[in-house]
Structures are given as C-alpha cells and as structure tokens.
Design a protein around this ligand. Sequence first.
Ligand code: SF4
Length: 290
Amino acid sequence: MALPLPTSLSPSKVSTFKDCALAFRFSAIDKLPEPPSMPAVKGTTVHKALELLFADDASDRTPARAAECLDLALELVRADEEYIGLQLSEADADAFAADAVVMLERYFQLEDPRRVHPVGTEMMLETHLGSLLVRGIIDRLEEDEHGDLVVTDYKTGRAPSPAQEQSRLGGVHFYAFLCEKVLGRRPARVQLMYLGKQPQIITTTPSEQSIRGMEKKVGAIWSAVERACEHEDFRPKKSPLCNWCSFQAYCPAFGGDPDVARALGAAALQPAEVPVDLTVDLAPVAGVAD
Ligand code: SF4
C-alpha cells in the first residue's frame, strides 16, 4: 500500500528529504510529534523580537527598543506550549533569555535596522508547481537603495564553514524562486544573517540559472518523494545529523522499527480510534536551530 503524499513542500522539508529520506517520512508523512527543542524555541523568540522591531518606524529601531521587543517576545513565547514543554528550571530560563539578548546584540553588530526598508516580515508565500503546493515563510523582505528586493533569513545557529556556505544558501534560493513566482520580481540579493557565535551575513545573487535550477530541483525532489511514497521506500541516511535526530528510536540504522513510528503518528492524529502500543521511548533530542 502506497504511503500518502505530503500536501506541500517547503525549504525545510526539501532540506530534510535531502539529508535523510526516512527522517522526512517520519516528520512529513507519519507526522510523528517531535519534542520541543531549546535552540528552535530560542530562534522563534529572536525572530519574533525582530519582527516586532520592524513593525516600528525606522527611527525608533534602536537597541533600547529592540530590548523592549525582546521582552514582549519572551512574554509571548513563555505562554507557548513549545516553551512550556522545555520545562526549564529558573536558572535555565534566565540563561535562555540571556542568550536571546546576546543574539539581538549580535544583530546590531551586523546592520543598522534604521536603514532597512522592509516590505514585509514573516511573509508566507505559496505557489503551485503542477499539482504540488510549494510554500515558504520569508523572515524579511525589503527594498534596497535602488528599490530592488532583498530576502533576509535570520539564523540563530552557528555560521557555516566556508565549505558549507553554498549548501546553506539552498534555502534562500528557494525563497528567491518563490518571490519571482508569487510577486513577479526576482530579488537582487538573498542573505543569511547568522546571529550565533561569530555573527556574519552570507549573501548570494539569484540569477535566471539559479531560479530555474531551484525549480528543477524542487520538481526532482517531489518526483523522488512520489516514488518513495508509492514504493514505501524511505531509506535512512546516517550522518552527523543523526546526533540531533528526534527519530533515532524508530530508525533501523539504530535498531528501531519505522512501523512503530507510523502507528505512533497515526495515534497522535486519531488518539481515540487507533489502538497502539505507545511504550517506545522518544530519543533524547538536541534540536538544531534554524
Ligand atoms: S537517525 Fe539518522 S538515519 Fe535515522 S532517521 Fe534520523 S537522520 Fe535518518
């Protein structure tokens, strides 16, 4: 019996499929719940603070105002179930907030937000490639001094080594592709803004070739997903990323049984209707920040 196809593809799903087809299946098809991740929740907090900052007039976007935005973001996040699920001690909660403060300080090392002309923040763009729905959320879209579009993606994890830069830019090329399809304008620049240790901005210029290349790549990945669903053939691909994978307990590469994951995902969606043994422990998780 074929597995159900996912309803859409996003940059993170494309990246997950490329990294490990089985992890993609667990997440996008089995919809296995994942434990909350401290780096991911911290990233959400900093993204929210910057979103609030860019809602203000340009002249008000000062470090002092950013600190107020962060306080508000923390207040919002503390009420969220992902944050609550982290079950932080008082000391850990203080460290969490302190890390977010440092990331915002690093942000101001990289640019002056008073000089940025935002078109939108946290913008959901979606389009169809044939029957496939392709979607992505752009952290910030702005116009530069020439009126050209610039896509910015905030990253709260560590900046990549020079050898990893091109692969990390795959996601932003995806956003450039979405901009051109949805807004009819190709961005002049797409950039990754790293707010972790050694903050830096990595920039690339989309071209006709890179946009068409991304369109082809998304189509090819979708075909591979369709084939994998049809044949129920999602294979594990061991790599250093396994150390942060939430699904190790179900992964055959680590002695697990993927069918247990499938039943667990079904149980999470329909808890009253699907009888299943839920005794498998979730692997400890140290998620990777986006
Ligand atoms: S543990 Fe590694 S091989 Fe297994 S599903 Fe996760 S990423 Fe893939």
